[in-house]
Design a protein around this ligand. Structure first.
Ligand code: AMP
Length: 123
């Protein structure tokens, strides 16, 4: 399934992307629709659809997501000011691309941790 995702194609060089980091375990590229001055997606090269599909053999690659985030934050000049890492999972988590990915956001104050959904009418 995930070999056909947009992100698998970017990893394999079949789709263009602004790649900022790549090694044998992870690939990082700029989000096409950034919501902060720095918005980079860091993805495992292995096809893992969601966090809920993680297996013990993925632990090395998942650890590398954090090491890559730390390095990219330094490269982007946002390590000192701080940044946010987000991984969305499935529908209620807001996941749109089913190839596990970590958002690295920074370059401005990011405010509260999340935007709550609008209140529903009480009936
Ligand atoms: P999520 O909602 O966590 O699944 O995030 C998916 C992200 O992928 C969104 O922030 C999109 O803007 C981003 N995105 C979708 N297609 C591309 C692409 N071709 N290159 C870079 N980022 C993309």
């Amino acid at each position: 399934m995930s070999e056909d995702t947009l992100f698998a194609k970017i990893i394999h060089g079949e789709l263009p992307a602004d790649i900022v980091f790549q090694d044998e375990l992870v690939t990082a590229f700029r989000d096409i629709n950034p919501v902060a001055p720095t918005h980079v997606l860091i993805v495992p090269n292995a096809a893992i659809p969601t966090v809920d599909d993680v297996q013990p053999e993925h632990e090395l690659a998942l650890g590398r997501l954090f090491s890559a985030a730390r390095q990219i934050a330094r490269d982007e000049g946002i390590a000192e000011s701080g940044y946010r890492l987000i991984i969305n999972c499935r529908d209620h988590g807001g996941q749109e691309v089913f190839h596990l990915h970590m958002h690295l956001l920074g370059g401005k104050p990011l405010g509260r941790m999340h935007n709550p959904p609008p209140p529903t009418a009480l009936v």
